[in-house]
Design a protein around this ligand. Structure first.
Ligand SMILES: Cc1cc2nc3c(=O)[nH]c(=O)nc-3n(C[C@H](O)[C@H](O)[C@H](O)COP(=O)(O)O)c2cc1C
Length: 164
């Protein structure tokens, strides 16, 4: 089963965390996960995917303009309806708006007819409430990497449970 991560990233944090989500997804037997920058999305692959996760840096407590433009202009081509969808963010501050950005992406997925999911408290600790967040500059972002890997595994496991 194919699963995908689509991200916008300027200085690499969101790209790196997306690649860690992919590692977690690929640890689930039967899953083929790939990540794509918004400018290089393999649309055919994502159309076939049963789970799609979107990631953005946080700018001014929102997702980036580029990510919003991608969602508005291109995400309609991904056939998100009925797929499992999730979102993650990277930011500088714990109070910097990361979960607002995650909500923006999840809301968009819902509008497209996707089934939004994070695992929440159902898997126990770490409880990943809306989606994983990585904080850089004020903290060491690598300390959040394990949450991204676990999140990728949980998303892929749920996709297998629903669609395999
Ligand atoms: C123009 C700009 C605005 C930003 N605004 C915020 C913000 O509102 N809150 C926050 O926590 N971090 C903010 N940041 C920090 C980025 O979200 C953070 O460095 C992020 O990890 C960058 O992701 P990237 O390396 O994938 O580009 C901002 C960065 C830039 C360049």
């Amino acid at each position: 089963m194919k699963t995908a991560v689509i991200y916008h990233s300027v200085t690499g944090n969101t790209k790196n965390m997306g690649e860690i989500i992919v590692q977690g997804m690929n640890s689930v037997q039967g899953v083929e996960a790939r990540s794509f920058d918004i400018e290089h999305v393999d649309t055919a692959f994502v159309k076939e995917a049963k789970c799609v996760v979107f990631g953005s840096p946080i700018y001014a407590a929102h997702i980036t303009g580029q990510m919003m433009n991608y969602l508005l202009a291109e995400a309609g081509k991904l056939e998100l309806a009925g797929k499992l969808a999730g979102a993650y963010a990277t930011a500088q501050y714990v109070h910097g708006g990361a979960e607002l950005g995650i909500r923006e992406m999840l809301d968009h997925c819902m509008v497209m007819g996707a089934l939004t999911y994070s695992g929440g408290a159902s898997w126990g600790k770490p409880v990943i409430h809306l989606g994983p967040v990585g904080i850089d500059h004020t903290l060491d972002i690598d300390q959040f990497a394990k949450n991204f890997e676990i999140y990728g595994t949980r998303m892929a496991q749920k996709a297998m449970e629903l669609f395999a």
